[in-house]
Design a protein around this ligand. Structure first.
Ligand code: ATP
Ligand code: MG
Length: 217
């Protein structure tokens, strides 16, 4: 059974770093689909600037022309903090033994020990880690050891089991982040060629990120 990919994030806003990493993993791992799951109430970080519905709308606009990419609104429909482990439990119930692949940037992988019930994530899904500028792969320590113990060399190892392996993809590393985009937008800069055009148009039409200075006082 072809695996289902899951890319969770705050997506405040979504950009080509997210989309290119998902696209390359989709190709390499021959995924059945990729679910983009915006966190309604992301734990471990300040409140997003754009509200959850707006972030979901931007994700929808970003994936509309790629048939294998879908926006998944389950974390907006669920109350409480948007814990990934709960999302994976739901998906596991829906998809039986089909392989699930949770996609993460390297920065997010390194931060996993702060996530709610994080050690259960690998019981529910595989991990596919995209390299990311400014985040170095762990050579040692807890996350390095975990990587060494679980590492899958070939994509087929992920297709052959429902969960439990870690695949690392060096890929095209785009040094784009939502934080840098929010800063640039606040400074009045144009995010062209860093994100899909429909997303850029929504941001310009609504002025969400241009107004951030005012709301911060
Ligand atoms: P912020 O700066 O607000 O944290 P971000 O750009 O890191 O935003 P997130 O929504 O936090 O975006 O990221 C969601 C997921 O996508 C995370 O697993 C993150 O590591 C990954 N990701 C984000 N940008 C990239 C990128 N340029 N390359 C690879 N992975 C990325
Ligand atoms: Mg981030």
């Amino acid at each position: 059974m072809r695996p289902i990919g899951i890319l969770g994030g705050t997506f405040d806003p979504i950009h080509f770093g997210h989309l290119r990493a998902a696209f390359e993993l989709n190709e390499l791992l021959d995924l059945e689909r990729v679910l983009f799951v915006p966190a309604a109430d992301p734990p471990h970080r300040g409140k997003p600037l754009a509200d959850a519905r707006t972030r979901l709308a931007m994700v929808r606009a970003a994936v509309e022309d790629e048939p294998g990419f879908l926006a998944d609104d389950r974390e907006l429909r669920r109350a409480g903090p948007s814990y990934t482990v709960l999302t994976l439990e739901e998906l596991r119930r829906e998809h039986g033994q089909r392989p699930l692949v949770l996609m993460l940037g390297m920065d997010a992988y390194l931060g996993l020990p702060t996530w709610h019930r994080w050690t259960e994530l690998l019981d529910l899904a595989h991990l596919a880690i995209a390299h990311r500028p400014r985040a170095w792969p762990p050579g040692m320590g807890e996350m390095g050891d975990l990587l060494a113990a679980r590492r899958a060399v070939a994509p087929a190892e992920l297709a052959g089991a429902p969960a439990g392996r870690i695949f690392v993809h060096p890929g095209t590393q785009l040094d784009i982040s939502s934080t840098d985009l929010r800063d640039a937008l606040r400074a009045g800069k144009d995010p062209r060629y860093l994100m899909p055009e429909p997303v850029r148009r929504m941001i310009i039409a609504t002025g969400i990120y241009a107004r951030q200075g005012e709301t911060e006082g």
